[in-house]
Ligand binder design. Structure first.
Ligand code: NAP
Ligand code: MG
Length: 494
């Protein structure tokens, strides 16, 4: 444990913008405070990019795209460079994990085992796909030949949140760069350090200047400037519904750029009466919401449970919650780290009051002040029982370690309540009946449905939502659709 604290103290991270192949300060010299959620202290100050910096980054990205140095490079060259980037991420695993943990409050163990390896695997997976995808020849009449080829779009703006900074960045950068686009990445203001470091590693791997730029800064300035820039061809966004809708407005009021959105959820974990292994189910339900202190877009924040198993299951979930080691993200034994920011901490704690006002039974819901880290952003695992799904606790995305429990009778009511949400990112169903499992999976309105498990996934499957959880898919080969345009070439054969 002391090793990580010593390593953190010895760290002097790069904090500047990365534009056109070099680190530089913001044009106006502005910085923003990077607060460590671990203890609430000022960890460092990072450059705060604004409109002029975004403009410089986009122009560099556009010039690089037009030059063809990356966009028209041999696919195997792009493949070699991106595989090297993924290797460099793993060679620098401890440093990247430490930056991620300090910035976001992820337990260092999770950052080392999950965040960095997953992000590196994503980059590698898209690189490896590059020489395995074929284009199409259309079924024309005999006197013609029509080629349908995928081409990169141009400049991609990626705007990402603070809950999984590296992983979500990799979901965008991986397919975007593999396809030959140039990228300008705007990380969340409170979790920019790993993205800033990633830019240096990309350059070291051989990504040419201008192809990958990182502009940290505030959303309303840097983020908006990217959304409105006329030379940006596409924005890939993950974050809140309000800001996601803002990007549609920016696009509509500028150049009509393409926008893909991943806007979170209120995912239902539906447990039916015939669930066999209640202990396994409880562990899955608990981890489905408590992992990363509930700051997961598809977090299983609603437990919709048949009345016959409610009492036993909720008891078991509470037991799992109490057993989790909550505390210092820099302690390798920690299972539950912090809420990522003070603003989010207040939001999460505010819902304890909302729950009380809605007459819900509250188990937990309090701030925790570990010894020596009293000003850190810690919240205990929380279960809100007896929730009316139509109320605020049942409908609003809390984005904290807070599980809302609603009791139902039978599968039809369960599905109806699960679907009674503005969101549709993910869901699960627990049952031993294969027919019930399959029909329920079909009827749940969500981009992903798990059966007898939760949150098992990989880059090999698409991820994204229906309804207000967004449009477009990250991960899998389908993600290339978001970063390419189809070009038809019709040839007259006489
Ligand atoms: P957010 O504001 O939507 O932030 C996401 C990204 O958008 C950040 O890079 C942010 O920059 C940027 N942004 C913010 N305002 C912008 C604007 N007006 N124009 C352009 N870009 C803008 O999310 P949040 O405020 O951090 O979190 C609020 C809630 O969103 C959470 O409580 C949670 O419910 C939900 N959320 C969902 C996800 C998800 O994975 N789907 C992730 C995070 C949060 P700044 O960092 O400067 O704000
Ligand atoms: Mg924000």
């Amino acid at each position: 444990m002391t090793d990580w604290i010593a390593a953190a103290a010895a760290l002097s991270p790069e904090t500047r913008l990365f534009i056109d192949g070099d680190y530089r300060d913001a044009a106006d010299g502005a910085t923003l405070d990077s607060i460590s959620p671990r203890d609430g202290s000022l960890f460092t100050r990072i450059a705060a990019g604004d409109t002029v910096d975004v403009d410089a980054a986009v122009r560099a990205a556009s010039a690089a795209f037009e030059s063809g140095v990356w966009s028209r490079a041999d696919r195997r060259e792009r493949q070699r460079v991106l595989i090297r980037l993924s290797e460099l991420m793993l060679e620098n695993l401890d440093e990247l994990a430490l930056l991620e943990s300090l910035d976001s409050g992820h337990p260092i163990g999770d950052a080392r085992r999950v965040d960095v390896p997953n992000a590196a695997r994503t980059i590698r997976w898209y690189a490896e796909a590059l020489d395995k995808i074929y284009d199409e020849v259309a079924p024309t009449p005999e006197n013609a030949l029509a080629l349908v080829r995928r081409e990169p779009l141009g400049v991609v703006g990626a705007v990402v949140p603070w809950n999984y900074p590296l992983i979500i960045s990799a979901w965008k950068i991986g397919p975007a760069l593999a396809a030959g686009n140039s990228v300008v990445l705007k990380p969340a203001e409170n979790t920019s350090l790993s993205a800033i470091r990633l830019a240096g590693l990309a350059a070291e791997a051989g990504v040419p200047a201008g192809v990958f730029n990182v502009v940290p800064g505030y959303g309303r300035t840097a983020g908006q400037a990217l959304g409105r820039h006329p030379l940006v061809d596409k924005v890939a966004f993950t974050g809140s519904p309000a800001v996601g809708k803002g990007f549609l407005t920016y696009a509509g009021e500028s150049n009509g750029k393409q926008v893909s959105l991943e806007l979170g959820g209120k995912s239902a974990q539906l447990v039916l009466a015939d669930v066999e292994d209640l202990a396994a189910c409880a562990s899955s339900v608990a981890w489905g919401i408590f992992y990363n202190a509930g700051q997961t877009c598809h977090g299983g924040s609603r437990l919709i449970v048949d009345e016959t198993v409610h009492d036993e299951l909720v008891d078991e979930v509470l037991k799992v919650g109490r057993s989790l080691v909550l505390g210092d993200p820099l302690d390798e034994l920690t299972q539950l780290g912090t809420i990522a920011s003070g603003v989010q901490l207040d939001r999460v704690l505010g819902y304890t009051e909302v729950a009380r006002s809605e007459g819900v039974s509250v188990h937990g819901g309090n701030r925790v002040r570990p010894t020596g880290l009293e000003d850190g952003f810690y919240v205990e695992p929380t279960v809100f029982d007896g929730v009316d799904n139509a109320g605020r606790i049942g409908q609003e995305e809390i984005f904290g370690p807070s599980l809302a429990v609603t009791t139902v009778r039978g599968v039809d009511e369960g599905i109806r309540v699960a679907n009674e949400s503005a969101y549709g990112l993910a869901a699960s169903v627990w049952t031993q009946n294969i027919t019930t499992a399959l029909t329920t999976a079909q009827r749940l309105r969500a981009g992903t449905v798990w059966v007898n498990t939760f949150d098992v996934a990989d880059v090999i499957t698409p991820f994204g939502g229906v309804k207000q959880s967004g449009a477009g898919r990250d991960r899998s080969l389908h993600a290339f659709d978001a970063y390419t345009a189809l070009k038809t070439t019709w040839i007259d054969l006489g």
